[in-house]
Design a binder for this molecule. Structure first.
Ligand code: AMP
Length: 257
């Protein structure tokens, strides 16, 4: 399996922390790009969907209802999202910045982010200096292909794609041999709902950030290594960070067996 690894950047310890929010439709590559960028910048990748899926694991009535909402592709209530998010961002590893994957998803959540987390005293007072939004632009036809091939381990939640990232043994997780399944919200009706919600509720945040924050538009149809390269180059320019090891972004992308 080919894996792309970034050499971590050496971020100036004096630099104010930065929040990077990654946007894109379901299947748009937010998770993959967030995780690569997190390794590069050595800040945590916070996937709200993953936090909510873990939270919904046990069988209490509230959590079963939550699983039902997520399986149908609906957004879950803000109070719960904020609760889960606030608990995570209060951990010490978030002090130097973080990557948000899946938050904010509505203009209201964007407002809560600006008035909440981003008001912490160690952040810059200028929104453009503390919040970078990355928009992965992907067409509907690409999304359908990406989502229909996605599989997830029923035990450890490792993710696979039948074409681009297949398991070593068909239908079995590489890590624990458990059966691979389709995530409920990757079934057709739920995907259509998630796409509709994305267009109606999440896309308007991008115009808001184009005016008020730093917005980076990226062609999400490219191979993922090229997308990562483009993002890293832009972020390096924005942060004026130096990189441990090779100086140019191309040489930071390495193939590992
Ligand atoms: P994701 O893994 O980002 O595709 O998110 C999976 C599901 O988690 C979504 O379809 C929603 O049901 C829920 N979810 C994730 N992020 C949010 C959010 N910011 N607000 C409300 N619901 C969310």
């Amino acid at each position: 399996m080919q894996r792309q690894i970034f050499r971590p950047a050496k971020v100036d310890e004096q630099q104010a922390p930065l929040v990077i929010a990654v946007f894109g439709p379901p299947g748009g590559g937010k998770g993959t790009q967030s995780s690569m960028l997190a390794k590069f910048l050595r800040v945590p990748h916070i996937s709200i969907g993953s936090l909510l899926r873990s939270y919904a694991q046990d069988k209490s009535e509230v959590r079963l209802r939550l699983r039902g909402m997520m399986a149908l592709g609906n957004l879950v209530p803000d109070t719960l999202v904020l609760d889960v998010l606030a608990t995570r961002v209060s951990e010490p590893d978030c002090a130097r910045g973080l990557i948000l994957d899946g938050f904010p998803r509505t203009l209201r959540q964007a407002d809560l982010l600006e008035r909440g987390l981003l008001q912490f005293p160690f952040y810059s007072t200028n929104l453009r200096e503390k919040l970078v939004a990355i928009h992965l632009r992907v067409q509907g036809s690409t999304i359908a292909g990406r989502l229909s091939g996605r599989r997830i381990c029923s035990r450890c939640s490792a993710t696979y794609h039948l074409e681009t990232q297949p398991p070593r043994v068909h239908g079995e997780c590489d890590f624990d041999g458990s059966a691979l399944t389709i995530r409920e919200d990757n079934r057709k009706a739920a995907v259509l709902k998630r796409l509709r919600l994305y267009e109606q509720q999440t896309a308007p945040i991008l115009s808001h950030y184009a005016e008020k924050a730093s917005l980076l538009e990226v062609d999400g149809e490219q191979p993922r290594e090229n997308i990562a390269q483009e993002i890293v180059t832009a972020i390096q320019g924005m942060l004026r960070i130096s990189v441990a090891g090779p100086k140019n972004a191309q040489s930071m992308v390495e193939n590992h067996p």
